[in-house]
Ligand binder design. Structure first.
Ligand code: THG
Length: 370
């Protein structure tokens, strides 16, 4: 494959860690929220996958930008944007929240942090939530301030993230519950740290606001981390598909609604909270969905997802489309996430596909895979 480099420009924002990761063997970038997101290092995807499951990695995920909504109407605006009932949300907790439009189409799937009653952070996936939020606030004449603060997340992921972070921040950090956050001191500077991250191997996310301290912490993680076999890394395609951590823009987008994406537990239609698309979602729920996101296993040992891939039945009817896929060394097959039309989403159903002139077949399964 031809190597093509990315043309850096102000528009493709760098992160405070860019110069660090480029010295640590970075080999590929993606772009996320108009920012460089590391997508590979000079170890193979599979080696990095095994390393993540066994040891600990530090990821530059500064591209997960924060949309800060503060002020007297902040809770009202955040609730207006999500179908998840946040009326009982607690300070110091994270909430995974589908953001939808008036047609119930997904706008984003951020982690929402309740900093306090009058201040929320939406830790967003790749779409311009800030513009949507500003438009709603202007239209509704809400008394809020909406900004993108300088917050650059460092994720520390993998089973050995626990001893590594304990060594730096003390025993208290191991008391954090999943999706809880608190403030921890590093050389006199407070950092917001959550027990979360875009892998299911355990770990933390450090919301770095003080860049100088953040860079010191970055270097310290690699110094102290030696005994835990720390390596630089990035969200791992194999691990995240096995764990069914969905990727906005890949697996799901504005043409999909939360009920089609398996987000049922984050959809609250019975409470009296006010959010955009509530009536539409009620209608969809009563009529039933027309497509559904499922797992697939395919009899291939590699797959290229740069083209759209249609899933077909024996009569050549299109029954679904592939959203993400990768070879899994654990399942020794290609595993993927695909959207199937009604009524073709049954577990066990077999389908065919043609890729680059090769025809093969696969089976529908539940997600997560593990
Ligand atoms: N961390 C932070 N911000 C983010 C992401 C993150 N913004 C972009 C993107 N990732 C948002 N998408 C997700 C998707 C899944 C999860 C988090 C963010 C996730 N899900 C858990 C699961 O599916 O098992 C738990 C959800 C729950 O039930 O509460 O963690 O990774 N800061």
């Amino acid at each position: 494959m031809t190597k093509i480099s990315i043309a850096k420009a102000r528009r493709l924002r760098t992160t405070p860690y860019t110069s660090r990761i480029e010295k640590q063997g970075l080999s590929a970038y993606s772009v996320y929220n108009h920012m460089l997101l590391p997508a590979g290092f000079d170890v193979s995807l599979e080696d990095s996958y095994h390393h993540l499951k066994e040891h600990v990695q530090v990821w530059d995920v500064a591209g997960e930008r924060q949309v800060e909504i503060s002020g007297p109407d902040s809770a009202k605006l955040v609730q207006l944007m999500t179908c998840r009932d946040l009326s009982n949300a607690k300070e110091g907790r994270c909430y995974y929240c589908p953001i939808i439009d008036d047609n119930a189409g997904l706008i984003n799937d951020p982690v929402v942090l309740k900093i306090n009653d009058n201040k929320w952070w939406l830790s967003i996936a790749d779409s311009d939530v800030i513009l949507f939020a500003k438009g709603l606030a202007i239209g509704k004449k809400f008394d809020v301030s909406i900004v993108e603060p300088n917050v650059d997340i460092l994720a520390v992921q993998g089973p050995k993230s626990y001893p590594l972070m304990e060594k730096i921040f003390g025993k208290e950090i191991t008391d954090l519950k999943f999706f809880g956050f608190d403030y921890f001191d590093f050389r006199g500077v407070k950092h917001l740290i959550a027990r979360s991250g875009w892998s299911k191997q355990g770990g933390y996310e450090i919301y770095v606001e003080n860049t100088k301290s953040g860079l010191e912490l970055y270097d310290h993680l690699f110094d102290i981390g030696k005994e835990f076999n720390v390596e630089p890394g990035c969200p791992n395609l194999i691990e995240r598909i096995e764990s069914a951590l969905l990727s906005y823009g890949n697996d799901i987008d504005n043409n999909d609604n939360p009920l089609e994406c398996g987000f049922d537990k984050y959809v609250n239609l019975d409470s009296d909270v006010i959010f955009l698309g509530k009536e539409k979602l009620k209608q969809i729920k009563s009529e039933g969905i027309n497509k559904k996101l499922m797992g697939v296993m395919i009899n291939l040992d590699k797959i290229n997802m740069s083209q759209s891939i249609e899933l077909i039945d024996n009569k050549n009817n299109i029954i679904g489309d592939m959203r993400s896929a990768v070879f899994s060394p654990t399942f020794k097959k290609v595993i993927g996430i695909a959207m199937f039309k009604k009524p073709f989403w049954d577990v066990g159903l077999e389908f065919n596909l043609n890729i680059e002139g090769i025809s093969t077949n696969g089976t529908i399964c539940n997600i997560p895979f593990v």
